[in-house]
Every structure is written in structure tokens, then in C-alpha cells.
Design a protein. Structure first.
Length: 66
């Protein structure tokens, strides 16, 4: 996984936090929205890059629950 994919994943996570009402947002909803944002992004990064970002968000979600 590229470092850029990890950065993109974190950007989507942060932007989701900023856009949502954090007091009513569950962790599951936060990560679901961030993953959806990554996959729905319209740019030239390509499917492989989006999939890597999505996978990194899944990893972060797993360690967040620990």
C-alpha cells in the first residue's frame, strides 16, 4: 500500500469528522462514511489506489476498536 493511499484515507476520515455532527456520529458511521467518500471520489487516482485507501481505513477501524 502506498503512503499516498494512507494519506488520502486519513484525509477522508478527517473531512468526514469535520462535516458530520461529531456528537451524534458513531465510530462505525464515521468509518463507513469515510470509506464511501474514498470510493466515490472523482479523480485520476484509479481503482487500485482507492481500494488501498479503503483497506487502510478498514485497518484503522480495526485498531480503533482495540
Amino acid at each position: 500500500m502506498s503512503q499516498q493511499a494512507q494519506i488520502d484515507a486519513l484525509e477522508h476520515l478527517v473531512f468526514t469528522l469535520i462535516k458530520k455532527n461529531r456528537s451524534s456520529l458513531t465510530t462505525a458511521e464515521l468509518f463507513a462514511d469515510a470509506k464511501s467518500s474514498v470510493m466515490g471520489e472523482k479523480n485520476s487516482s484509479g481503482t487500485e489506489h482507492k481500494a488501498a485507501s479503503h483497506t487502510y481505513l478498514e485497518h484503522l477501524e480495526t485498531i480503533w476498536k482495540i
